[in-house]
Ligand binder design. Structure first.
Ligand code: SF4
Length: 82
């Protein structure tokens, strides 16, 4: 699971913005202005016959600042990205 959903910078972060694009998710904002320090992104590739799916998750980041439920506070009632 991507740690960004519980990070206080999720709605301002350029790295998370890129992850949203990879997941074809709507962006929290159009113009992020925060550069994360040393984010590590894990890319999982799943294949099912001819279908190839890629899952991008930030698994560590020096800028991470815990704010539990930050993403869901911004998008109440929506499914939290996994
Ligand atoms: S954990 Fe890092 S990459 Fe993820 S939203 Fe926070 S600052 Fe950005």
């Amino acid at each position: 699971m991507c740690i960004c959903i519980n990070c206080t910078y999720v709605d301002r972060c350029t790295t998370y913005h890129a992850v949203e694009a990879q997941h074809l998710q709507p962006h929290l904002i159009d113009q992020p202005d925060f550069e994360a320090k040393s984010p590590t992104v894990n890319v999982n590739i799943r294949t099912d016959y001819e279908d190839i799916q890629m899952e991008w998750d930030v698994v560590s980041c020096e800028s991470f600042l815990l704010e539990m439920g930050k993403w869901i506070k911004l998008r109440p009632g929506e499914l939290v990205p996994t």
